[in-house]
Design a protein around this ligand. Structure first.
Ligand SMILES: Cc1cc2nc3c(=O)[nH]c(=O)nc-3n(C[C@H](O)[C@H](O)[C@H](O)COP(=O)(O)O)c2cc1C
Length: 379
């Protein structure tokens, strides 16, 4: 077996190592997965300008966003259940991010809770609007006490989109025939994962919400609570309540429309993430890289604009910066690497993307990442 060299290789390595049900959960997206495909295809369609005879002997990747210094314009975005892809997976990924000098964003639906991850490094933390406002207030206070520097509030999930791959594997929808047997077989036939995660990676509860579901016996009970608790009634007026609970920088995740971006600046959020949840919500929605330019124009540099969705290389990051983003989050790219070889894999993916960014800057004749603008694009 050859060793993984890039993100696509880690995807294949994760496919081999993870039980089928987990690989499909990470890899899949909503409905016909058109938006998932558009996210990557539109990055590929965007062309960079090759420029020559510019002094690129010194290249700069450092940047600063929301008062946080970054060694490069990259973050590990929030991914649910990462602690099921590798033993205490959120902590492993946080360690890789810390070593690389970039932020790790902790999903609210994780195996390791915010305090466990904060022992590695206080993460940026993510939250959805839940009906149980008492739980939200408590969780935000916990994140504050754990010294999380930034809050991400995800707004593209008032209702969950359906991922048919998860229906097929029995992760969502009605249980399959012989489901416990199928699950056991899925585990036994992936012994590396079984030993690392199932046998040695416990406890397997949703750490951040464990207190809210004391009767939970397994991950299924947590999913049930979450499903019942998404608040579909949320509007712009509710953002004020959350902001009162949280003292630090507040970023809205899941903006895909320039009008919403303008509204976000009007109500005074500190940053936005252009995101379609990796194609896992509204299938048929625009790719994020196509949606970015009008959004960046609408924001006009007032607040940071981050982007995720389809970022698979450092070249993609440079394309996003050239299209108006300040930094990119990766989702599946680090989740696949974590599932393949844990912290080592995540660290490797970050370093591969770093070197891709450096090469892209050098060959587009842009020595400093903070200078990357639309003149880097050929179309
Ligand atoms: C397996 C998986 C779980 C995710 N869980 C969350 C989550 O808990 N909270 C959240 O805001 N976004 C979540 N997302 C969306 C990611 O944060 C991000 O928007 C998306 O993965 C970016 O697309 P990419 O995977 O193509 O990089 C998840 C995505 C995946 C693939």
């Amino acid at each position: 077996m050859s060793r993984p060299a890039n993100v696509a290789d880690y995807r294949e390595a994760a496919r081999r190592r993870l039980p089928h049900v987990l690989f499909e959960y990470v890899d899949g997206a909503a409905y016909a997965e058109q938006t998932l495909r558009a996210n990557t295809a539109d990055f590929q369609a965007l062309k960079l300008r090759q420029r020559v005879l510019v002094d690129v002997s010194k290249l700069g990747l450092k940047t600063e966003i929301l008062g946080v210094e970054f060694s490069m314009p990259l973050l590990l975005g929030p991914i649910g259940m990462a602690g099921m892809y590798a033993r205490r997976g959120e902590c492993q990924a946080a360690a890789a991010a810390k070593a690389a000098g970039i932020p790790f964003c902790l999903s609210s639906l994780t195996i390791c809770d915010v305090d466990e991850v904060a022992k590695v490094e206080p993460p940026w933390f993510q939250l959805y609007m839940l009906k149980d406002r008492g739980f939200m207030a408590e969780y935000i206070a916990r994140a504050q006490a754990a010294k999380c520097p930034v809050m991400l509030f995800t707004v593209d999930l008032p209702v969950p989109g359906t991922r048919y791959r998860d229906v097929r594997t029995g992760l969502s929808g009605p249980p399959q025939a012989f489901q416990p047997l199928r699950r056991a077989w899925d585990g036994i036939t992936h012994p590396g994962w079984l030993w690392d995660v199932q046998i040695n990676g416990g406890p397997h509860s949703f750490g951040n919400i464990a207190a809210a579901v004391p009767e939970a016996k397994g991950l299924g009970d947590f999913w049930g609570w979450i499903g019942r608790n998404f608040d579909a009634s949320i509007t712009w007026a509710d953002i004020d309540w959350i902001r009162q609970q949280w003292k630090g920088p507040f970023v809205l995740k899941g903006i895909l429309d320039a009008e919403d971006a303008r509204q976000a600046t009007r109500i005074g959020v500190d940053g936005i993430i252009v995101s379609n949840h990796g194609g896992r919500q509204l299938d048929g929605a625009s790719s994020t890289i196509a949606a970015l330019p009008p959004i960046a124009d609408a924001i006009g540099g007032e607040i940071p604009v981050l982007l995720d969705g389809g970022v698979r290389s450092g070249l993609d990051v440079v394309k996003a910066l050239a299209s108006g983003a300040d930094a990119c989050l990766i989702g599946r790219a680090w989740a696949w690497a974590l599932g393949a070889t844990g912290e080592k894999g995540v660290a490797h993916v970050i370093s591969v993307m770093r070197s891709e960014m450096l090469t892209a800057l050098a060959l587009t004749g842009c020595p400093d990442v903070r200078e990357a603008g639309r003149e880097l694009l050929a179309n």
